[in-house]
Design a protein around this ligand. Structure first.
Ligand SMILES: Cc1cc2nc3c(=O)[nH]c(=O)nc-3n(C[C@H](O)[C@H](O)[C@H](O)COP(=O)(O)OP(=O)(O)OC[C@H]3O[C@@H](n4cnc5c(N)ncnc54)[C@H](O)[C@@H]3O)c2cc1C
Length: 376
């Protein structure tokens, strides 16, 4: 590894690799540093693999903008590069009058954001999903699913073929501001070393607040402090997988979109995640939470699924800037010039719909990097 980089990306999840693939060219020396043994081992491979439409997020939020743009870019990219994806469509279902009121608000919000949506009559609900129960439902035709591993692999290959170097088992442990950029201190299997970089992009997922703190940012003052939200997925007995045709979601709760029905690209059905806050990150499945999942809003719509149809499958943890009982928090994507850290770009709290938004965020960060290097 050379000791002077142009651009360094911390983290080889979908975000770090999408950005690396965007910003690398023959005239730039680009490194991606990843603490794990390989790429995409954290949130990027432990999620619902849903290509979201952009329904839930406030108008003008980064989440709304990046998700809508990302949705279009992703379908296009999957088609061009042979990445398995399916425009399954999704139904959000209300099971009582209170949820119906919320569903109508959601319809208006999604429409304002420019998402194609349609309220369904009871007759249409029965035609589209004969096994689903509910009093009212909303159809989002542009929601779909993709093979997230194939997407991450695509960004990795593109970053590499553009010239980026990926260093695994290389953990960023310190950052010092120097006149021409940053000194990055890292730990790898050989010990500790440091190098300098003009631009530093923090895509460290669950650790992105800590990496921001290493550069001297007060994470509480900046409202960058992350909480860990864990959720578990259960696979549904194969005999029942064919009883639904689309992704089915409840009317959302305060943290996350609510446990929902999703499929992988091979058609295997899963239900989850029901989020709860944790202090430490681990991916063990806490079986005692199955009961809460079986009583969650989505199950009212799926009377054909019984507890013994559900087998624990996997857990995911999201990096959420939103504390318990707090309202909406947007993606944090900041070039930290105002904190006297020019060339330091933070991506913090990239929770859902981060996978969908990855190609749009990469384009956006690409423009920030071009500006920075132009003024260098
Ligand atoms: C349960 C769950 C379900 C979701 N469902 C969806 C969905 O259906 N659709 C959707 O659009 N989005 C979804 N998301 C969101 C999406 O998965 C994330 O937004 C996205 O994966 C974030 O990617 P990332 O690269 O920022 O983070 P990560 O994939 O977590 O990658 C961060 C990387 O940084 C590395 N790292 C951390 N610290 C350091 C360090 N100090 N030095 C070096 N490397 C470091 C980590 O090892 C990791 O590899 C979901 C998320 C979760 C958790």
């Amino acid at each position: 590894m050379s000791y002077q980089a142009d651009i360094t990306v911390v983290g080889a999840g979908v975000m770090g690799l999408a950005i690396a693939s965007q910003v690398t060219n023959e005239s730039r020396e680009v490194y991606v540093l990843e603490k794990n043994r390989t790429f995409g081992q954290e949130a990027s491979s432990r999620n619902s693999e849903v290509i979201h439409a952009g329904i839930y997020y406030p108008e003008d939020s980064l989440k709304a903008k990046m998700c809508l743009e990302g949705n279009v870019l992703l379908y296009d990219l999957c088609q061009k590069h042979d990445i398995n994806c399916r425009r399954t469509g999704k139904i959000i279902v209300a099971s009582n009058d209170t949820e119906t009121e919320e569903l109508e608000k959601l319809y208006n919000r999604g429409k304002n954001n420019g998402v194609e949506l349609r309220m369904l009559s009871q007759k249409e609900m029965k035609q589209l999903e004969p096994n689903m129960r509910g009093v009212r439902a909303l159809l989002s035709p542009s929601t779909g699913i993709l093979d997230s591993q194939a997407l991450i692999r695509y960004f990795l290959d593109k970053a590499r073929s553009n010239g980026a170097q990926i260093a695994y088992e290389t953990k960023v442990i310190g950052i010092d501001k120097i006149p021409d950029g940053y000194r990055v201190n890292v730990e790898d299997s050989q010990g500790n070393f440091s190098f300098t970089t003009k631009v530093l992009i923090n895509c460290a997922g669950l650790n992105s607040d800590k990496v921001a703190g290493m550069a001297g940012i007060d994470v509480d003052e900046a409202s960058y402090r992350l909480r860990f939200c864990k959720g578990e997925y259960y696979s549904v007995n194969n005999r029942k997988s064919g009883l639904l045709n689309r992704l089915i979601y409840p009317v959302p709760t305060t943290i996350g979109l609510g446990a929902h029905v999703c499929f992988d690209v091979s058609g295997r059905m899963r239900i989850g995640p029901l989020y709860y806050y944790v202090d430490e990150v681990d991916y063990k499945i806490d079986d005692s939470r199955k009961k809460a999942l079986c009583q969650s809003a989505i199950m009212a719509a799926l009377p054909f699924i019984e507890p013994h149809d559900l087998e624990p499958e996997m857990a995911g943890v999201k990096a959420s800037p939103q504390g318990k009982d707090e309202g909406f928090r947007d993606f944090i994507i900041n070039h930290e010039c105002n904190m006297a850290l020019p060339g330091f770009i933070n991506l913090i709290g990239i929770d859902s719909p981060g996978l969908t938004s990855a190609p749009a965020i990469a384009k956006y960060v690409g423009t920030l990097v071009d500006e920075t290097l132009r003024n260098y």
